[in-house]
Design a protein around this ligand. Structure first.
Ligand SMILES: NC(=O)C1=CN([C@@H]2O[C@H](COP(=O)(O)OP(=O)(O)OC[C@H]3O[C@@H](n4cnc5c(N)ncnc54)[C@H](O)[C@@H]3O)[C@@H](O)[C@H]2O)C=CC1
Ligand SMILES: CC(=O)N[C@@H]1[C@@H](OP(=O)(O)OP(=O)(O)OC[C@H]2O[C@@H](n3ccc(=O)[nH]c3=O)[C@H](O)[C@@H]2O)O[C@H](C(=O)O)[C@@H](O)[C@@H]1O
Length: 482
């Protein structure tokens, strides 16, 4: 028996006209790829004309990308689809009434990182605007990373309230999370498998029809909307968990006086017969706007959807939240290593000048969102140190996350430093030479603290540095060379 919705969709025919709400890192490449697919005839990018992002509308209608950083292929693709008249950006939501499908890729930050409650205000505004112009048979897809239960809960309620239509009967509703990484947005959308979940089968099938034409090697994986929400938040939760396991092992190896990278190589050598130990890399901490929040979306989801049904051992904390605490501890450990190196040369954090190398949260990138270098810098200043920051990738003028006095001049930042602390594994730091660093610092025994295993300790120790490294229990207790 065909459902009412399936009949309405059949009468409406194939998806031809698409709306994408939110012209950001996710929405722009998604809209451009929809516009480039022969299956579709028109795509609108709905971008609110806000003081911080309204400028994107004009740029996009000129075929220019407003995104920072290199995105291979994006500018050419935008010029092609804008030139062909297949993509238009607009702040006018009334055009939603012409769309067969509308996706929402709006940011979902935390109002205050301390309470880890998501700020859904922008998303709610977007959902409301879509609801106001929603027509029968339209598919609505949430792409933002959201707390499990949001699509079938809050989003459904708002859309129904604004449209006076019923989800699952008059319109289709689904969640299709994005798995892109900045710097490879187009490739990731085309090649990653895409989890797609509707609130019912007809919604799921309609969403499969929407995403299939833009995938090249990726496959569509159909499931329910809530399962898709859990998939997205859990895959980042598991990555954060794996990193925390590597960080815990690094702390143990430091305490036992051994080299964690030897242990890591040993563990990773166990392969074959389906046995793999995907051990990730320990480091100075976990940043970004995904791994730092998605665990808490998952935790909130199980509390909202399954609190009464959850069977869990008494007085045992969530493994996932514990992993977050371990990763968030790493900047404090970096400060302890810095203090230890300074003590070895008769200095204290108080009054010391620290050269912090690498502000971005990820190697060779300008993205500094939630960088672990921030809590380190704050704690070092509270302890009485002066901190100079170097990062050749982060633009002090345009990056919203740049610290005060960030410099691109390494010698200036190193000048007078009592300790040099590597926080991001930028390729720029892999070639640091002890003699040059020592000359720039201008003291006999600088401290060198390696948070990303980019330096070979021995040449620095031989040159008289007080070396410390994450997981380098085999070197952290070295004697100071003259
Ligand atoms: N950036 C990334 O690498 C990834 C992001 N995600 C998720 O995708 C979602 C979007 O993230 P980004 O694209 O990075 O955010 P973004 O901040 O780059 O883009 C969001 C855009 O939506 C616009 N916007 C906000 N409220 C609006 C409204 N009511 N109406 C119309 N436009 C509105 C903003 O002005 C902005 O241009 C988030 O939930 C994020 O967690 C998921 C995977 C990867
Ligand atoms: C499961 C997964 O791989 N999720 C990816 C993740 O990308 P993200 O941009 O957050 O970068 P990331 O490589 O996870 O790094 C996050 C942080 O973790 C640190 N990190 C990473 C790997 C590692 O072995 N050790 C480590 O300390 C990095 O230095 C960085 O500070 O989150 C993205 C997202 O959800 O936006 C997602 O699209 C990406 O595919």
């Amino acid at each position: 028996m065909k459902t009412r919705l399936a009949s309405i969709i059949e009468k409406r025919g194939p998806i031809r006209r698409i709306g994408v709400v939110g012209m950001g890192y996710v929405g722009i490449p998604a809209a451009a790829l929809f516009a480039d697919a022969p299956a579709f005839e028109q795509v609108w990018g709905f971008q609110r004309d806000s003081p911080t992002s309204g400028y994107k509308i004009t740029m996009l209608n000129r075929g220019e990308s407003p995104l920072r950083g290199e995105e291979p292929g994006l500018e050419d693709l935008l010029k092609r689809v804008v030139g062909a008249g297949k993509f238009t950006c607009t702040p006018d939501f009334s055009t939603v009434s012409e769309c067969d499908a509308v996706t929402l890729a709006i940011q979902t930050p935390f109002a205050d990182p301390a309470d880890l409650i998501p700020d859904f205000t922008p998303l709610i505004e977007g959902i409301r605007n879509v609801g106001r112009h929603l027509t029968e048979g339209t598919l609505v897809v949430l792409e933002s990373t959201i707390t499990p239960g949001t699509t079938a809960g809050m989003a459904r309620e708002i859309l129904e309230e604004e449209s006076s239509l019923v989800a699952g009967e008059d319109f289709a509703l689904a969640h299709a999370p994005e798995r892109v990484m900045v710097g490879r947005l187009l490739r990731n959308i085309r090649e990653h498998d895409r989890c797609v979940g509707g609130i019912d089968d007809a919604s799921t099938q309609r969403a499969v029809e929407l995403y299939s034409p833009v995938l090249t090697t990726g496959q569509v994986i159909p499931m329910t909307a809530t399962a898709a929400e859990v998939t997205k938040t859990a895959e980042n939760t598991f990555r954060d968990l794996q990193i925390a396991a590597a960080n815990q092992l690094a702390l143990y190896c430091e305490a036992m006086g051994i080299n964690v990278y030897d242990v890591r190589a040993g563990i990773a050598s166990l392969k074959g017969e389906g046995i793999t130990r995907g051990i990730l890399w320990p480091g100075a901490g976990v940043g970004g706007h995904c791994l730092t929040k998605d665990t808490y979306h998952l935790e909130r989801g199980v509390r909202q959807l399954g609190a009464d049904a959850l069977d869990w051992p008494a007085d045992v904390a969530s493994l996932y939240v514990t992993a977050r605490r371990i990763n968030d501890f790493m900047p404090a450990h970096m400060l302890l290593l810095t203090e230890s190196a300074l003590e070895q040369v008769g200095k204290t954090l108080k009054g010391a000048r620290i050269a912090l190398l690498g502000w971005a949260f990820i190697n060779d990138s300008d993205d500094a969102r939630n960088t672990p270098a921030e809590p380190f810098r704050t704690a070092a200043i509270v302890a009485g140190a002066e901190v100079a920051v170097h990062d050749p990738w982060v633009d002090p003028e345009t990056s919203p996350d740049a610290p005060p006095a960030l410099s691109h001049d390494l010698d200036t930042v190193l000048g007078g430093a009592d300790a040099v602390v590597v926080f991001a594994g930028h390729r720029d730091y892999r070639g640091l030479l002890p003699a040059a660093v020592k000359e720039a610092c201008g003291c006999d025994h600088p401290g060198i603290i390696d948070g990303r295993n980019v330096l070979d300790p021995d040449p620095f120790i031989e040159a008289g540095f007080a070396y410390r490294g994450i997981g380098r229990g085999d070197r952290n207790g070295h004697t100071l060379k003259p």
